[in-house]
Each structure stands twice: as structure tokens, then as C-alpha cells.
Write a protein that binds this ligand. Structure first.
Ligand code: CA
Length: 256
């Protein structure tokens, strides 16, 4: 099945911070859609998220140039084009290396890091990869499905049964991520391969959105917005109305 992806993205500094350290990119020719949420003082989070965007784009472009999408054929035996998530995983690992290299050359950048959530999609297939607490959601047939699990201390405590969902919601350590690009030499990327169906809507976003706006509200917006522009505008407006305590980024994709 041939499907087409349309996308729109929006980022807002929020109401509290003076700098926007989130970055996003929409690259239709690569089929790449990505949100990165940088951290680190003195504006270095901004450097981190932009470095990650550039590194992932470069790595993916090189990977696809080497063998085209045929080289990215999945394990299902060549029926149509399958997106191999390993290509995207490798791009995130290389981005981690690029961040660590930048810190080595410029010690003043020490401590910078970034989350990433990325979707690479084409021809009815996609890979979604993430590190940290930026999220991907899908709306299909009216149902909202999370495609990522936060790599945060709080989410791990909930999984282990040490905290309830309610306790997690307002926990003081809510924003402590357990994985990021730019931290350790080894980074474990979580990736999944999914199918893309006409009518699907996807949302990639930073925690400045999900920390302020409930899944119920996100569901409502995805199900009722008349365009990708009004969807992103509405979500950002919701986060600002709720306090806008962090930078807010939303990238929305419609599969046609
Ligand atoms: Ca954030």
C-alpha cells in the first residue's frame, strides 16, 4: 500500500523559561520526524538538541545513500519495503557519540544532554526510536496508543510497583530521566517497528507538553482537530494555559 505522510510541527518556549532548548525536524525526503529535548545549563541544552537533530539526519542520510531503502529491507523477506529500526537505532547511537565528541572538544559543554523521539516512515512501515521522556502516540480507529515508555526514574518506580500512577504524576523527581544522549558512552535505544495505515495520526512531543496536558486531553485534540496546524496550535495552547512551565514541542503526522 502506498501511503503519504503529511506533517506539521510547533515549538514554544513556554511561560517560565527564557530559552527554548527543544528542537524538532521534519524531513519528508528522508521520511524522518523527530523531537529532541535538550538539557544542561547556560543554553547548552539547545546545543545538545540541535546537535542530535543534525547527527541523526546525517547518519540516516548516509545509511540510506549506501543502499537505498532496499538495504533497509526488514526481516520479513522483501515483501514491499520494510523499515528496519536498526538504521534508526544506529543513528541515535551515532548522535550520542557526536555529543560526547563535542563535549571533549569544548569542556564548557560538559553536562549537556538531550532526549530524542524519532519516527522514520515510508511505504506503510515505520520505525519509532526513543531515549528519555519525549513521547510518541498514535491515534488509530479512535484509540490513543502510547508508542514509547518514558525512560525516567519515576516511570521505572511505577513499573516496579514502588509508586502508583497518582504518586508519579506530581512526584518531585518527575523530570529525572534515566537515559539521554550525551551522558554515557553506551546508550540503550528503545525502538519498535510498526505499520502505517491510512487515517493514522501520530504525535511526537516533549515533556513540556505531556507534563502539562493529560493523555485524555491529547486524545481529544487528536480525535477532533480539523488540521495538523490547529492540532499543534491547540496542544501548545493547552500546555501554556496549564502553566507552560517547560518548553513545549509537538510534531504531528497524518498518514494518507
Ligand atoms: Ca523538557
Amino acid at each position: 500500500m502506498t501511503v503519504r505522510i503529511r506533517a506539521y510541527g510547533l515549538s514554544d518556549v513556554g511561560r517560565v523559561r527564557s530559552l527554548n532548548e527543544d528542537s524538532f525536524t521534519i524531513e519528508p525526503e528522508l521520511g524522518l520526524y523527530l523531537v529532541a529535548d535538550g538539557m544542561g545549563g547556560h543554553g547548552h541544552g539547545d546545543v545538545a538538541s540541535r546537535l542530535a537533530v543534525d547527527a541523526i539526519r546525517d547518519s540516516l542520510r548516509q545509511g540510506l545513500d549506501r543502499g537505498g531503502w532496499q538495504a533497509a529491507l526488514g526481516r520479513l523477506g522483501g515483501e514491499g519495503v520494510e523499515v528496519d529500526s536498526r538504521l534508526l537505532e544506529r543513528a541515535l547511537v551515532q548522535a550520542n557519540e557526536r555529543l560526547l565528541g563535542a563535549v571533549e572538544r569544548r569542556p564548557e559543554l560538559a553536562g549537556m544532554g538531550t532526549t530524542v523521539v524519532a519516527l522514520v516512515g515510508r511505504e506503510g512501515c515505520a520505525a519509532v526510536a526513543h531515549v528519555g521522556d519525549s513521547r510518541a502516540y498514535r491515534l488509530r480507529a479512535g484509540r490513543l496508543e502510547p508508542l514509547t515508555h518514558d525512560h525516567t526514574w519515576v516511570a521505572e518506580q511505577v513499573s516496579a510497583g514502588n509508586l502508583s500512577e497518582d504518586q508519579a504524576r506530581d512526584h518531585p523527581f518527575k523530570s529525572v530521566v534515566t537515559r539521554a544522549l550525551g551522558g554515557d558512552a553506551e546508550v540503550t535505544v528503545e525502538a519498535v517497528e510498526i505499520d502505517l495505515a491510512a487515517g493514522d495520526l501520530y504525535l511526537l512531543c516533549s515533556d513540556g507538553l505531556t507534563g502539562m496536558v493529560s493523555d485524555e486531553r491529547i486524545h481529544q485534540r487528536l480525535a477532533s482537530s480539523r488540521s495538523l496546524t490547529s492540532l499543534c496550535n491547540g496542544l501548545v495552547a493547552d500546555a501554556l494555559k496549564a502553566g507552560g512551565k517547560d518548553n513545549i514541542t509537538a510534531v504531528a503526522l497524518a498518514v494518507e
